[in-house]
Design a protein around this ligand. Structure first.
Ligand SMILES: N[C@@H](CCC(=O)N[C@@H](CS)C(=O)NCC(=O)O)C(=O)O
Length: 223
């Protein structure tokens, strides 16, 4: 909210949200910045990963995105703590993380995060040279992913994920990643409700403005 004569009203954003365009986790945080109306306060900044010269490393030894660098030099890592911090900057009515008073929404969010974790492991395995891939890991994550996606199909068909909250953002980020960067998973097959929700969401500004680039790519810079 801006007040008359507020000296900070026009100040450039000072907090920095590190991301890479292909990351589904970072996309959740980027969408949250837009949904929460925080673009004037948080600068979304592309970084490199698995790179000793990454601009992120001086702020976070973990070297993963999303990472939110606060004005006092504190760096928040991991998607959920980042969302907690972003929520704290927004007007209460706009918050996106479900609280303990909404256990079903919280469960839904956690389930989608678990899905993304599975897809990330599966995708990482596929990016390894063929002779180094573990068929057991791929099989495990393929089964996990299908199982969770089937559960989500049922929930969406029953009217779930109707509100734009953390679970919704994570759901769109998860299947947006599958659509563009993990095409090994034919997630639409047999999941019409999920596909319809995903397609309708593409018009949403926070979704349309954060579509990941196509291709599996690599997080590391070229040597
Ligand atoms: N549990 C983390 C996962 C974040 C994550 O794995 N991000 C990936 C990009 S999708 C990353 O930064 N990878 C860099 C690396 O593995 O070194 C979260 O919830 O934010």
């Amino acid at each position: 909210m801006n007040f008359p004569n507020d000296p900070f009203a026009e100040a450039p954003p000072t907090m920095r949200l590190f991301h890479v365009p292909g990351s589904p986790y970072a996309r959740i945080a980027r969408m949250a910045v837009i949904e929460l109306g925080l673009e004037g306060r948080v600068r979304v900044e592309e970084t490199t990963l698995r790179d000793p010269a990454s601009a992120l490393l001086p702020h976070s030894p973990v070297g993963r995105v999303p990472a939110l660098l606060l004005d006092d030099g504190t760096t928040i890592t991991e998607t959920t703590p980042v969302l907690m911090m972003l929520d704290s900057l927004a007007e209460p009515g706009r918050r996106i993380l479900p609280g303990i008073e909404a256990p079903r929404a919280l469960a839904a969010y956690g389930r989608v995060l678990g899905l993304i974790d599975g897809i990330a492991v599966w995708n990482r395995e596929l990016r390894r040279p063929a002779e180094e891939r573990s068929t057991a890991v791929i099989a495990l994550e393929t089964r996990r992913t299908a199982r969770v996606a089937d559960a989500l199909e049922g929930e969406v068909a029953a009217g779930g994920f109707a509100a734009v909250d953390a679970g919704w953002l994570a759901l769109i980020a998860a299947f947006g990643y599958c659509e563009r960067r993990h095409t090994a998973f034919a997630w639409r097959q047999g999941r019409p409700a999920l596909a319809a929700l995903f397609d309708a969401a593409q018009q949403h500004p926070s979704v349309a403005r954060t579509v990941p680039p196509a291709g599996m790519g690599s997080a590391a810079p070229r040597p």
